[in-house]
Design a protein around this ligand. Structure first.
Ligand code: SF4
Length: 369
């Protein structure tokens, strides 16, 4: 078990490294890996709905119900048909990401009621269950803030789940980033991540860098995740995602974090979390993604051979072969993984349903996990 190794001041100092100290930081983070493998998961991205109760200043995903019309909710037939298509490409992960607590919006509630569901969590459970019944894909859901009861139900049909902490500072609730987003209250997010820990759900979380946080707040957020991981040990992956400005968003003129700022955060994250995979989304950093590997990143995340990134539609995923080339050129090798990391594939963390599906997938694809 890794205890707190760094104080907040020490982390801030590392995040403020200058010139050759940045290289030293990267070398020391890189030395924390126990192999030269960079992992990825072949997935399909299913946005159940783009309706969301929040309005984050950097979001391009969320849409108003009126704008969406009949496309307000993805229906089971379409979802299963897309999932079946993805199986032909060898996908093993069904990624369900969608607007948070959209059932607080009347139009979604009405449509859910019409098809026989009380809320989005019930609908998600049904979709995950159908996924397991009709395909050889493993669900990974990002349902936003949900209760412990909902997490417990969803655990039965998910190989892993996720929720970005983004930042642990309540101050950001008063800024352009989160002023209209009740679900971005860090207390609520921490509660959800901790409840997942209590329920032993393999979990992916992370930070959003460059949304107006100070270095102290960035350091505190990493320490908060470290505290949770020391207590529950369920965090399998930490995403370091950099803010990208996009035309038309409220934060369009907000500066993006510099390459060095993100590199230092990746390296510091690896130093604090030698026991957790660190991911930097390659589609947001095409030109610079190799640098993140040198700073300790060891996972490319979910890569889809067929679906676009609905959250960042302007940034398509690189082809898997292109990613392989980038990985080899940096001196690493690439290996496919499942949406749940090997150390969590056991009955302590997964339901029998999921464990059986994993065995089937391993046999079908001759995967040596
Ligand atoms: S970033 Fe996520 S939570 Fe925020 S408005 Fe967009 S979909 Fe909703």
């Amino acid at each position: 078990m890794n205890l707190f190794k760094f104080s907040k001041n020490e982390i801030v100092e590392l995040l403020s490294s200058k010139s050759s100290a940045i290289l030293d930081l990267m070398i020391s983070a890189n030395s924390k890996r126990d192999n030269t493998i960079i992992t990825f998961s072949k997935n399909i991205f299913i946005p159940l709905t783009e309706v969301c109760r929040n309005t984050c200043g950097y979001c391009t995903f969320r849409k108003d119900p009126k704008e969406l019309g009949k496309q307000i909710l993805m229906f089971p037939e379409d979802i299963i048909s897309n999932l079946k298509k993805s199986e032909k490409y060898g996908c093993k992960e069904a990624l369900f990401t969608f607007g948070e607590r959209s059932d607080q919006i009347k139009d979604i509630r009405n449509i859910l009621e019409k098809i026989g569901f009380e809320n989005m969590s019930e609908y998600l459970y049904y979709i995950c269950e159908e996924t397991l019944k009709s395909t050889d894909l493993l669900p990974h859901s990002n349902p936003g803030i949900v209760s412990k009861k909902e997490l417990k139900m969803l655990k039965e049909v998910n190989a892993s789940m996720g929720l970005m902490l983004e930042n642990s500072s309540p101050r950001l609730m008063q800024t352009e980033a989160h002023i209209n987003s009740p679900g971005k209250n860090p207390w609520l997010r921490t509660q959800t991540i901790e409840n997942a820990g209590r329920l032993k759900i393999p979990f992916t979380t992370g930070l959003l860098i460059g949304i107006g946080e100070t270095l102290e707040e960035r350091a505190q957020s990493l320490l908060e995740l470290r505290r949770i991981q020391n207590k529950y040990g369920h965090i399998q992956e930490i995403i370091i995602q950099n803010f990208r400005s996009k035309p038309g968003i409220p934060m369009e003129s907000h500066p993006e974090p510099s390459l060095m700022a993100v590199l230092k955060t990746v390296a510091v994250a690896k130093l604090i979390f030698p026991d957790v995979s660190i991911q930097v989304p390659p589609n947001l950093n095409k030109e610079t993604s190799q640098m993140f590997l040198l700073a300790g990143a060891d996972d490319w995340g979910g890569i889809s051979p067929l679906s676009k990134d609905y959250v960042n539609p302007e940034a398509p995923w690189p082809e898997i072969n292109e990613l392989k080339r980038l990985t080899y050129d940096t001196g690493f090798s690439m290996r496919e993984r499942l949406p749940v990391y090997p150390e969590y594939i056991n009955s302590k963390f997964l339901s029998t349903n999921i464990l059986e599906k994993i065995e089937k997938i391993k046999l079908k694809y001759k995967m040596n996990i």
